[in-house]
Design a binder for this molecule. Structure first.
Ligand code: AMP
Length: 422
């Protein structure tokens, strides 16, 4: 099977490693890819959000399967254009990807499907926003309705900051604050059958102790030692299957990766958001633990045969990834600095490039790379991931020092329940 992988970040590097390790995959072409992906794939240039261009590349490269990493091509209809060429594609249609592309659409689907989530109002003017803020009270949660690369959400106690964010965005969703630790659950689906991957946790804020602005994600770990038994079954029953059924009913079946972002509240799991693709950096840890060949799994989802796919197999132990970000990220990342020490197993490239003159590795994005490691337990995996990141030199770089620390130390609590055991 020949695979075309669209995208060029850390998620795609992890996907490329998984695909290349599948004996059924004969070749991986990545567009645009990155210098890390280049070690396991042929790189091609493409305008990733241009449906016709990606479809033409899929034909030209003889792809049997196209895997679309990021959300923007999905929302732009790239999966539809590839499917129209008769090529299997892992990624939802533009219509179904609205689950991520519009927070208002996602809320509408959840309401219709009776999915547990935060109460919310869609607001298009200041008076409406102010009314919604006052009804829910602080902390205020204001979300840009459109795609914002994980950075369109403001959670604040400052009412005027909440109003200012809404004014900047135009149409927003204002919702009640959900209190509790977060879980990311990835579900591979062909629109009807659905297989959950291991639950993971990511770290959205730039600073230790969840301080500072939101980012694309600063680290992740899996599995979650503190998750209640039965959590995945409950989410499949109450969230995933009702949502898939509602989308089928609307004539927009969702085939691809349904990412369920949850808050574990005192009242039970509540959906914070849906995404229409693998999350970054949770993909790095979840795929590090997946033993089932990735290409076959994604191909089954892309061809409507997931019901016949064997149960997933997982490696024992745990995985941790720590993101190394550029100076100034997320506001104004500095790029073009030389990176050394990155040439090791477990270093996943996110925002890197090669210098034309001498092939030196340079930073080329906000999140530059991540150190991903597995271990017999979470503490071992965490130490190994930090050892990887500590071995990399990049002037002015920053990383969190507390990825997976609370889970290792048994300090994560679900409101209304006792502390987890270390
Ligand atoms: P989203 O882009 O919707 O995932 O939001 C980004 C982050 O904002 C989430 O991972 C949460 O940490 C936070 N967030 C979003 N919605 C809520 C909410 N209703 N209550 C509390 N935190 C939220």
């Amino acid at each position: 099977m020949r695979v075309l992988l669209v995208g060029g970040g850390g998620r795609e590097h992890a996907l490329a490693l998984g695909l290349a390790a599948d004996p059924a995959v004969s070749a991986v072409v990545a567009a645009p890819g990155n210098p890390g992906i280049a070690s396991v794939a042929e790189l091609r240039q493409v305008a990733a959000t241009d449906p016709a261009a990606v479809a033409a590349l899929a034909v030209e490269t003889g792809a049997d399967l196209v895997v679309i990493g990021p959300e923007a091509p999905l929302v732009a209809g790239v999966a539809d254009a590839v499917r129209a060429k008769g090529i299997a594609v892992f990624g939802p249609s533009a219509e179904a990807a609205r689950l991520e592309g519009s927070k208002a659409f996602a809320k509408d689907v959840m309401t219709a499907a009776n999915v547990p989530t935060a109460r919310a109002y869609v607001c298009a003017d200041e008076a409406g926003t102010a009314r919604a803020l006052d009804e829910f009270g602080a902390p205020y949660v204001v979300k840009d309705d459109g795609l914002a690369a994980g950075k369109g959400v403001v959670v604040t106690d400052d009412r005027s900051a909440a109003l200012a964010h809404a004014a900047e965005c135009g149409r927003v969703v204002v919702e009640e604050f959900l209190d509790g630790p977060e879980v990311s659950l990835f579900v591979v689906t062909d629109g009807e059958a659905a297989l959950p991957l291991l639950p993971a946790q990511d770290f959205k804020r730039i600073g230790d102790g969840d301080t500072g602005p939101n980012t694309g994600g600063m680290g992740a770990y899996a599995p979650l030692p503190w998750a209640p038994p039965g959590l995945v079954d409950e989410v499949m029953r109450d969230v995933v299957h009702p949502t898939l059924a509602e989308l089928r009913r609307r004539g927009a079946p969702f085939a691809g990766l349904l990412y369920v972002g949850l808050a574990m509240t005192a009242a039970g799991p509540r959906v914070i958001e849906f995404n229409a693709r693998f999350g970054d950096p949770e993909t790095q840890v979840v795929l590090a633990l997946l033993e089932t060949p990735l290409g076959g799994l994604l191909h089954a989802a892309a061809t409507g045969t997931l019901a016949e796919h064997p149960p997933l197999r997982w490696r024992d132990g745990a995985a941790v990834t720590v993101v190394l970000a550029a100076q100034g990220y997320p506001a104004a990342p500095r790029t073009g600095d030389v990176i050394t020490g990155a040439d090791r197993d477990g270093i996943i490239h996110a925002g890197t490039a090669l210098r034309a003159e001498d092939g030196a590795l340079l930073s080329a994005g906000g999140r530059v790379l991540c150190g991903t490691a597995t271990g017999a337990d979470l503490a071992t995996a965490r130490d190994a991931a930090y050892a990887l990141v500590d071995g990399v030199e990049l002037a002015g770089s920053q990383h969190r020092t507390d990825i997976a620390a609370a889970a290792v130390e048994g300090r994560i609590t679900i409101p209304g329940q006792g502390a987890s055991q270390p």
